[in-house]
Design a protein around this ligand. Structure first.
Ligand code: ADP
Ligand code: MG
Length: 258
C-alpha cells in the first residue's frame, strides 16, 4: 500500500521501441510510486514484456526515458546528450531491479539455496555465511525453508518460481518486475506463487506485474494499467478499471478474460 506523498519509484516518459519496421511501444507514459503495486493487463503482442524489458534495459528504447529511483536507466546524460552506460554500470542498475519471468530461469546445476547465494556473492560481493543466511531467510519467506538442498529438477514449477522470486529478492531490489509469473504453471500451482507475491505487496514492495490473472490483479493491485497496441489505453484503481472500464478496447478484453 502507498501513502499519498510516496516518491516516484519508476517513471516512463514517451517510451518508444521498434523491432525493424514493427513499432511495439508507441509512447508509454507511466508512473509507479514507492510501495505501489501496478498490474499490467493486455492482449498478447501488445508490448507488455517489451516494456518490462526496457525498464531494466534488457531492451534499448528508441525514444523516451525511464527513471528508476531517480536514476536514468541505460544512459548517462552528458550536456543533454544520452550516452549508453557501460556494462558494469548497467549491471549495477539491473541489480536494483528484480525480474521474474514466465519461465523460472534457475541454474539447473545449482541447488535452490545456491541459486540464491550465487548472485549475492557475484554481484554484491557478500560473504558466504551472510549470503547463506539471507538465502535461508528468503527460502522460509517463500515457504521452502526445508528445500534449500533440492535442485530445480527436483522441484515443481511453483516451487521453482518461488525460488526465482527469492533469488530476485536476495539483491534487495528497489523494484520488482514480474512477467506473467504464473502463466507457465499448472493451475493447481498458481495459488502458491500468487500468495508469495501478495505477501510482498503487504510488506510494501514496489511491483509491476504483467498478468493474465484478472482476479488477482483486482485483489492485489493499487492500480491497473491496460495496454494495447503499444500504448496505455487506460489506467485506474483496480476496482474502477476492472468493474467499470471506460474504453471499448478494455471492455472487449476484459469480457474475453472473465
Ligand atoms: P506481450 O508481452 O504483450 O505479449 P511483447 O512485448 O512480447 O508482447 O511483443 C510485442 C510485439 O513485439 C510482438 O509482435 C512480438 O512478436 C514483437 N517482438 C518482441 N520481441 C521481439 C524481438 N526481439 N524481435 C522482433 N520482434 C519482437
Ligand atoms: Mg509477454
Amino acid at each position: 500500500m502507498i501513502s499519498g506523498d510516496a516518491k516516484v519509484a519508476m517513471r516512463a516518459r514517451a517510451v518508444r521501441k521498434s523491432f525493424g519496421a514493427l513499432e511495439v511501444l508507441s509512447g508509454i507514459d507511466l508512473d509507479v510510486r514507492e510501495g505501489e503495486v501496478v498490474c499490467i493487463l493486455g492482449p498478447s503482442g501488445s508490448g507488455k514484456s517489451t516494456f518490462l524489458r526496457c525498464i531494466n534495459h534488457l531492451e534499448k528504447v528508441d525514444g523516451g526515458t525511464i527513471h528508476v529511483d531517480g536514476h536514468l536507466i541505460g544512459y548517462e546524460d552528458r550536456d543533454g546528450v544520452l550516452h549508453e552506460l557501460h556494462a558494469k554500470a548497467l549491471a549495477r542498475q539491473r541489480s536494483e531491479i528484480g525480474m521474474v519471468f514466465q519461465r523460472f530461469n534457475l541454474f539447473a546445476h545449482l541447488s535452490a539455496r545456491d541459486n540464491i547465494v550465487q548472485p549475492q556473492r557475484l554481484v554484491r560481493g557478500a560473504e558466504p555465511a551472510a549470503a547463506r543466511a539471507r538465502a535461508q531467510e528468503l527460502l522460509e519467506m517463500v515457504g521452502l525453508g526445508d528445500r534449500g538442498d533440492a535442485y530445480p529438477s527436483q522441484l515443481s514449477g511453483g516451487q521453482q518460481q518461488r525460488v526465482a522470486i527469492a533469488r530476485a529478492l536476495a539483491m534487495r531490489p528497489k523494484l520488482m518486475l514480474f512477467d506473467e509469473p504464473t502463466s507457465a504453471l499448472d493451475p493447481e500451482l498458481v495459488g502458491e506463487v500468487l500468495t508469495v507475491i501478495r505477501k510482498l505487496a503487504e510488506e510494501g514492495m514496489t511491483m509491476i506485474i504483467v498478468t493474465h490473472e484478472v482476479g488477482f490483479a483486482r485483489d492485489v493491485a493499487d492500480r491497473v494499467v491496460f495496454m494495447d497496441g503499444g500504448v496505455v489505453v487506460e489506467e485506474g484503481s483496480a476496482s474502477d478499471l476492472i468493474t467499470n472500464p471506460q474504453q471499448d478496447r478494455t471492455r472487449v478484453f476484459l469480457r474475453r478474460m472473465l
